[in-house]
Write a protein that binds this ligand. Structure first.
Ligand code: HMG
Ligand code: MG
Length: 297
């Protein structure tokens, strides 16, 4: 078992995973302001948009306009989801330097989410990743439903490992392990992620926990004990997947940060400045966000 890390990299997914599930359309300028507040808080990896079909996720239909409005910031790496070649072509036009392809460990979820089988999605990604790498972009990957599928139930760790392996074979530099419906417990993390650690380098795997059952922070803590050091989270705990019934937000970046700060683990992120970003987007959406830490002063 690896040692608890001294430094953790947070991948802020609020502007993408967070907003994709919100019915109230946030104006593009407000999204840009939210992202610049996140960057000001010290977040260096921010997933800002998706180049998916605008009808499937209307909130993120303005990806191009949003990227045009972002202030260039050499300290921040922006990324966006890309499901296919059409999405990559749209991404290239904006000049974004990092993309993420996404698939799942369960067939039914993948069909509902991207209208493709799992192997089919890998076949679709192959030329997408080749072209992105040739364009000098870097590519991340996501595997959804790594623990439980909302349609098929518990997912075998061997299945997860097989998909992760196919993604790394395409040339990705990092794969994010998704608990899409927030149903995993620390024991599931120990089992599935323990299996992954026997096969893949810990610094190439990110953990992506949703918080439906209030297990996300417990799962982060479990992952830290196993040596994981890249965590996806979303400001205020915004989030969810529109194609995963019952899925709630990601682990809140504030809650993650509070835990990491208390454990003496460095992130380079300011909790005080992060609160500003979350209050800003909460006010824009007109609702209280689920983060526990955000509710304290
Ligand atoms: P499809 O309908 O099968 O697409 O959708 P198609 O290839 O058959 O094409 C149909 C039409 O869509 C064509 O237009 C294409 O040009 C167009 P037409 O010829 O009919 O005029 N089209 C596109 N337009 C714009 N951008 C594109 C694009 N692709 C095709 N990229 C598709 C397939 C993948 C596009 C669709 O299913 C889709 O957009 N799905 C996205 C769903 C989504 O965004 N889900 C949420 C993100 S995943 C998530 O949240 C999980 C994660 O957080 C990890 C976790 O928590 O587990 C990452
Ligand atoms: Mg997610």
């Amino acid at each position: 078992m690896s040692a608890v890390p001294r430094v953790v990299r947070i991948v802020e997914v609020g502007p993408r995973d967070g907003l994709q599930n919100e019915a109230k359309i946030v104006p593009t300028g407000k999204k840009a302001e939210f992202i610049s507040l996140l960057a000001a808080a010290g977040l260096k990896d921010i997933e800002i948009a998706s180049f998916v079909h605008p009808k499937w996720v209307p909130q993120l239909a303005d990806a191009r306009e949003l990227i045009e409005q972002l202030e260039p910031n050499p300290n921040v790496r922006y990324s966006a989801l890309v499901p296919n070649m059409k999405g990559l072509e749209r991404a290239i036009e904006t000049g974004i330097r990092r993309i993420a392809v996404f698939t799942a460990a369960s067939e039914t979820f993948n069909r509902k989410n991207i209208n493709m089988g799992v192997q089919e999605s890998i076949d679709v990604f192959r030329p997408v990743v080749d072209r992105a790498l040739k364009e000098g972009m870097s590519v991340r990957g996501y595997v959804s439903t790594c623990f439980v599928c909302p349609y098929e139930g518990p997912v075998a760790k061997e299945k997860v490992a097989a998909i992760v392996s196919l993604l790394f074979d395409l040339g990705l530099d990092e794969v994010s392990i998704g608990d899409t419906i927030g149903a995993a417990s620390p024991r599931d993390v120990e089992s599935t992620c323990g299996h992954l650690l026997r096969l893949f380098a810990v610094d190439k795997l990110a953990m992506h926990f949703h918080d439906t059952y209030g297990m996300a922070i417990a799962n982060v803590y479990q992952s830290l004990q196993m040596g994981f050091k890249i965590f996806d989270s979303s400001a205020g705990g915004l989030g969810g997947c529109p194609y995963a019934p019952g899925a709630s937000g990601n682990v809140a970046t504030e809650d993650l940060l509070y835990l990491l700060d208390r454990l003496g683990i460095e992130t380079g992120v300011s909790l005080q400045l992060l609160r500003r970003a979350s209050h800003f987007i909460g006010a824009e959406l007109g609702r209280d966000l689920p983060s526990r830490v955000l509710k304290t002063s």
